[in-house]
Design a protein around this ligand. Structure first.
Ligand code: GUN
Ligand code: ZN
Length: 441
């Protein structure tokens, strides 16, 4: 048994919105389960939890915030090395930077080196679970998931499917790609804390046969994840309309191939058709909102008001390397900014929303866990949760310390952390499946 004393923030794991708990002087107690994974045994006010667990040794971090590890709903680990590469839009960016860089991961040694750096960087920023894109090379999945396993992480990844409109070096073969996918998912899905995601890159890069095969695998393995991209940029949507003239919308293509269901997470969703919101809601598929990517690549502004009105499942994502930061705090900050923007992705006027700090935090923790079908497993400190958590220092920089000291309420204090914080605020990361704590200080 272990215990941490700090300010605590967490959310009800199963609520469909931010039902927050906060203890200024709190205590978290964890204990290993039969598989050796640390789980939350007790959480709450220090005095009460301490009275129930009087002998457990306590690490004292008063002044810091202990919160669930962040969950990134969409990130491309091979694109770590092209973060911040400018282009005139998504399609030129893919051709000029992304595909040549991803081709390098055919080399297993290189893939391992990138995976190691990527996982270190995620930890430095307080991310303890991610739905991750590898490349079309099976070795790129092996590299990432074997290292995630060694670190005891709850991590999900998949081999990219792209059998057309893709250059030599990343284009795969339809039959082989589907066989490789099934071999990889049988090998990795459910192994320790790991999971597999069927990963069609996007409708333009997959033949009908490849999408059909992906949908068949998704039906045969219903607890495996699905990830893809949808309605990210205007040129991309126009291309999909040309390629699939008989489908009602871009999203409807994925529906036709059986790729919309719970545990399916689609990046972006900026240019969805009106009827797509209901389709998302009824299918249980989720949107990964990726504001730093949507701003960096000039994609547009996610319509939070429409998404909330439709009651769809969503959460936050970095989308590195289209995204320009690994930091969940930066992503939350940009999500707030995008919510305020009074234009839709298509340039039409819309109502700006002011996302509350607890809502933003929820979208990167319990809300994201819910989008993954992992509510109650990660993304919370509720008893029974796997004990993946971060310790954040609200005095990590002079400005952050000064601003946080002025805060009159929890919301104001969290808002200051979101607006001014970054990796310097992440003082420690605890991973439930690891033998040791990763202390970053
Ligand atoms: N659409 C297809 N592939 C990609 C990718 O790698 N990044 C982004 N942002 N969009 C995509
Ligand atoms: Zn992406």
């Amino acid at each position: 048994m272990q215990a941490w004393r700090a300010s605590l923030l967490w959310f009800d794991p199963h609520a469909d919105g931010p039902q927050a708990h906060f203890e200024h002087d709190g205590l978290l107690v964890t204990a290993p389960d039969a598989a050796g994974v640390q789980r939350v045994l007790a959480v709450g006010a220090f005095a009460a939890v301490r009275a129930a667990h009087p002998t457990v040794p306590v690490r004292d971090h008063r002044g810091w915030l202990l919160a669930p590890g962040f969950i990134d709903l969409h990130v491309h680990y091979p694109q770590t090395d092209i973060i911040g590469a400018p282009a005139e839009g998504l399609l030129p960016w893919l051709q000029r930077y992304t595909f040549p860089q991803e081709a390098r991961l055919a080399d297993a040694d290189h893939a391992h080196a990138v995976a190691r750096f990527f996982l270190d960087e995620m930890a430095r920023h307080g991310v303890t679970t991610a739905l991750t894109w590898a490349t079309s090379h099976p070795a790129s999945v092996e590299a990432l998931l074997s290292q995630a396993q060694a670190r005891g992480l709850r991590w999900i990844a998949g081999k990219v499917l792209q059998d057309r409109h893709s250059p030599d070096g990343v284009r795969d073969d339809t039959e082989t790609s589907l066989r490789d996918t099934e071999v990889l998912l049988q090998r990795w899905h459910g192994r320790g804390r790991l999971g597999y995601a069927i990963t069609p890159r996007f409708a333009p890069s997959c033949s009908d046969a490849q999408l059909r095969g992906a949908g068949e695998l998704a039906a045969r393995y219903p607890d495996v994840w699905i990830q893809s991209h949808v309605a990210e940029q205007v040129d991309e949507v126009r291309w999909v309309r040309e390629l699939y003239p008989h489908d009602r919308s871009y999203l409807a293509v994925y529906e036709r191939f059986g790729l919309l269901r719970p545990r399916a997470v689609y990046g972006h969703g900026i240019y969805l058709e009106d009827d797509d919101w209901a389709l998302l809601r009824h299918s249980g598929a989720a949107i990964a909102v990726a504001p730093t990517s949507n701003l960096f690549l000039g994609s547009g502004f996610f319509d939070y008001a429409a998404a909330r009105a439709a009651g769809i499942v969503l959460g936050l994502a970095s989308d590195v390397g289209g995204g320009m930061s690994f930091s969940p705090l930066v992503t939350m900050r940009m999500a707030y900014t995008v919510g305020r923007a009074a234009v839709r992705g298509d340039g039409k006027a819309k109502q700006g929303v002011s996302l509350e700090p607890l809502d933003l935090w929820w979208q990167h923790t319990a809300g994201a866990a819910r989008a993954l079908g992992l509510a109650g497993t990660v993304g919370s400190l509720a008893p029974g949760s796997e004990a993946d958590f971060v310790l954040l220092d609200p005095a990590a920089t002079p400005l952050l310390a000064r601003r946080c000291a002025q805060a009159q309420s929890l919301a104001e204090w969290l808002f200051a952390l979101i607006m001014l914080g970054d990796d310097r605020a992440v003082r420690a990361v605890h991973v439930a499946g690891a033998a040791q704590q990763h202390n970053l200080t």
